[in-house]
Write a protein that binds this ligand. Structure first.
Ligand code: UDP
Ligand code: MG
Length: 338
């Protein structure tokens, strides 16, 4: 077996084995979830196609690389545009149509898993509105070729985003980390993932997806690429305030049961207040100016309230455990064995 392996390696030319070959001209799939993006999709396809053409002509990525659109149950012409693109260049453009609108995260997962099934070496996920600078792709590929399994796109400047979106996003990342979850600040699903990490991701079976929380917990060697986030090139945001808040709550509750501990904490605090009042009543009795009935009322309200919250909190802690167990997340993943 050893000689056979050595034979293959030397045939590869650089003597560094199979793995290195995969990073030399990798097959890269670009995955774009699209929801009602008809307005700008052809433009996006053209810009990306030019990028891919440049990368393949200069020998950076394999000619087997593809652009994969995921139609997330759009109500406009998105799918027929994807079909037209596929007819125009069946080799370059692929499409996946979801039967129903399942949201950005699920659409993205569908695309990534399709790319994995078709044997990509790496997949780059990006939005269909070109808000994330396409030129960062070069550095993504560099990062992958240099041995990174995940390359995160990080927004260095968000000048084009409104003040509101910027500050709420910042606050969210802070709260998210404080809740004990891992995240890459200012990173929003614009990233490269190797096939290895796509395999790892495929082991997560949870229904409430929050990829920005899962991917950093996969581990592996990673790097970051900084880019400036521009304006949406066409159409309008599919993330109105209502969806943004839902997404934030989704993120926190998918990764942390800390909010449940707050109930326990509040219960304990309430009991402490009751004890404080009890001491106060005793002292004022000693001085002989206690108000009749006040002590028994207030102390019992705070004590019973506290006990109820404490019991709720304890039940909650168990529910939280059941919740986390029910996700069936993999407990570990072996990166290498010697
Ligand atoms: N998207 C999707 N399904 C949805 C909502 C959005 O696939 O239900 C896609 C959308 O087409 C876009 C990406 O997710 O490619 C990000 O959405 P958007 O640009 O509207 O978000 P924003 O940049 O405003 O946060
Ligand atoms: Mg956008």
């Amino acid at each position: 077996t050893n000689t056979q392996k050595a034979g293959i390696t030397s045939a590869g030319g650089d003597g560094s084995g199979e793995r290195a070959d995969r990073r030399d001209q990798p097959v890269v799939y670009f995955v774009l979830p699209c929801y009602n993006e008809a307005e700008g999709l052809v433009h996006t396809a053209d810009v990306l196609a030019a990028k891919v053409a440049h990368l393949t002509e200069t020998g950076r990525i394999s000619k087997q690389s593809r652009i994969l659109f995921v139609d997330d149950g759009s109500k406009d012409d998105t799918w027929s545009i994807i079909r037209n693109l596929h007819e125009r260049d069946a080799h370059l453009f692929g499409g996946v149509k979801l039967s129903h609108n399942r949201g950005h995260q699920n659409a993205l997962l569908a695309g990534l898993m399709t790319a994995r099934a078709y044997g990509c070496d790496a997949a780059i996920s990006m939005d269909a509105d070109l808000q994330d600078d396409v030129n960062a792709v070069d550095e993504f590929i560099d990062g992958f070729c240099n041995g990174n399994e995940i390359v995160y796109g990080v927004r260095s400047a968000r000048k084009k985003d409104t003040w509101f979106k910027r500050t709420t996003a910042e606050a969210f990342y802070k709260v998210f980390e404080w809740m004990g979850a891992e995240t890459v600040p200012d990173h929003a699903d614009y990233r490269l993932m190797s096939r290895e990490t796509l395999d790892a991701l495929s082991e997560y079976h949870e229904v409430n997806l929050f990829l920005r929380g899962i991917v950093p917990t996969l581990g592996y060697q990673t790097s970051k690429v900084y880019y400036e986030r521009g304006e949406r090139e066409a159409g309008e945001s599919k993330y109105p305030l209502k969806k943004m808040i839902a997404f934030a709550i989704q993120g926190i509750t998918s990764f942390s049961t800390k909010p449940l501990s707050f109930v326990t904490g509040a219960g304990l605090l309430s009991i402490l207040v009751a004890i404080g009042m009890f001491v106060y009543v005793l002292v004022s009795l000693g001085f002989g100016h206690a108000i009749a009935g006040w002590g028994s009322m207030m102390i019992s309200i705070w004590l019973i309230g506290g006990l109820i919250m404490l019991s709720l909190g304890i039940v909650g802690e168990y529910v939280g455990k059941i919740y986390m167990e029910s996700k069936h997340r993999p407990r570990y993943r072996i990166e290498t064995t010697l």
